[in-house]
Design a protein around this ligand. Structure first.
Ligand SMILES: NC(=O)c1ccc[n+]([C@@H]2O[C@H](COP(=O)([O-])OP(=O)(O)OC[C@H]3O[C@@H](n4cnc5c(N)ncnc54)[C@H](OP(=O)(O)O)[C@@H]3O)[C@@H](O)[C@H]2O)c1
Length: 341
């Protein structure tokens, strides 16, 4: 069984990661739970065993076959090259290596074959990219997408534990009619509000999150020129990112055919009736990309456009589950590099 280390085990994703690994009965030899000095000495449970969190260090990573990194870009950049050098594999939840040409960016249902060329670092996509890539991949069997427009409605767990505390603190102050504490995670109050900014602003006045959706979707689908535009919005929900996605296809498409293809896709659940729809609460705690409100985009001529709503749990399929699925594929395909593979 592979020896495993988790950098960022005490975070929002780390916590879910341990539960999903238990649920999936993921094979684990030695397990190291790692974080910063802030959390060293804390105790976390895995399969009813108490494990003490250690500060990440070279020594703490030495015996690992797979290192799951769910921390910060700085941590990924600091430890990734060393993990690669030591002959193990880092599966990284962060954005540090996603666009690196030597690093596969993988949603297993879409492009597991890309794992064959990994050199020791594998990235998972941003949590809004994963459901988008999965849905587009499924529909490519009918016609190639030639333009994609997405708007997102992203939960606060997407920004980690500190953001959850910020939202709950603001809600508590509001209900007790106290002064709302100054936000530190988001640029403005998130309680009773929506913010059309996820991550920092970048080129062309898009945010980094919007550019991640564009660039990562292109890389996963091997469609480097696919026009994609996104507006990413933070909303005061806890778990589950929602998206409205408009797709224009090369050819005219039949809505029923799109429905049938999506309903056959592994990892997707689609509402039977056009008047039933999933919400973030539908997605919370499971690994499916839930799709609903599938209809024509009437701004596109010749029946070439569709629009739909989709929701998925950002901490599970958007992070922990996708990383574990990648590890399962590595084991199945015999693609680990360490001693216990
Ligand atoms: N949240 C999501 O929905 C989501 C989805 C996809 C990908 N991701 C990515 O997953 C990563 C973790 O996100 P999160 O939401 O779990 O964040 P989080 O709740 O803020 O947790 C961060 C974790 O990383 C640890 N950490 C921070 N700096 C570190 C360092 N320099 N060295 C080692 N450990 C360090 C923290 O340890 P301490 O306890 O010691 O502070 C904590 O365990 C990020 O890269 C994020 O982009 C998140």
């Amino acid at each position: 069984m592979p020896n495993i280390a988790i950098i960022g085990a005490t975070g929002a994703v780390g916590d879910v990661f341990l539960r999903v690994a238990e649920e999936r009965n993921f094979p684990v030899g030695d397990l190291k739970l790692l974080a910063t000095a802030r959390s060293a000495g804390k105790t976390l449970k895995f399969k009813n065993k108490n494990i003490i969190v250690e500060e990440v260090s070279k020594a703490s990573l030495e015996n690992s076959d797979i290192v799951f990194c769910s921390a910060t870009s700085e941590a990924s950049k600091e430890w990734g090259p060393l993990i690669r050098e030591m002959g193990s594999v880092m599966i990284d939840d962060g954005s540090a290596f996603r666009m690196d040409r030597t690093v596969p960016l993988v949603v297993p249902e879409v492009n597991a074959a890309d794992l064959s060329w990994h050199e020791g670092i594998i990235s998972i996509p941003n949590c809004t990219t994963t459901p988008l890539a999965l849905a587009l991949h499924s529909m490519r069997s009918i016609s190639e997408p030639i333009k994609v427009t997405a708007s997102t409605y992203q939960a606060v767990t997407g920004s980690g534990t500190a953001a959850v505390l910020e939202l709950t603190g603001q809600l508590e102050a509001l209900t007790q009619e106290k002064v709302i504490p100054q936000p530190t995670v988001y640029p403005q109050q998130i309680a009773m509000n929506v913010l059309p900014q996820v991550d920092e602003f970048d080129e062309g006045n898009y945010t980094k999150e919007e550019l991640k959706m564009r660039n990562e979707t292109r890389k996963i689908l091997h469609l480097p020129d696919l026009p994609i535009t996104a507006t990413c919005v933070r909303v005061p929900t806890m778990i589950g990112h929602a998206e409205t996605i408009h797709v224009e296809f090369q050819e005219s498409v039949d809505l029923q055919e799109i429905f049938s293809t999506l309903s056959r896709q592994e990892g997707i659940s689609i509402s039977e009736s056009p008047h039933e729809y999933p919400t973030p609460l539908t997605a919370e705690g499971n690994d499916l990309t839930h799709i609903g409100r599938l209809r024509r985009d009437e701004t596109v001529e010749d029946n070439k456009g569709i629009v739909f709503w989709c929701v998925s749990d950002n901490l599970r399929k958007g992070a922990a589950t996708n990383a574990l699925q990648i590890a399962e594929e590595l084991l199945k395909r015999n693609l680990l590099r360490g001693n216990n593979a």
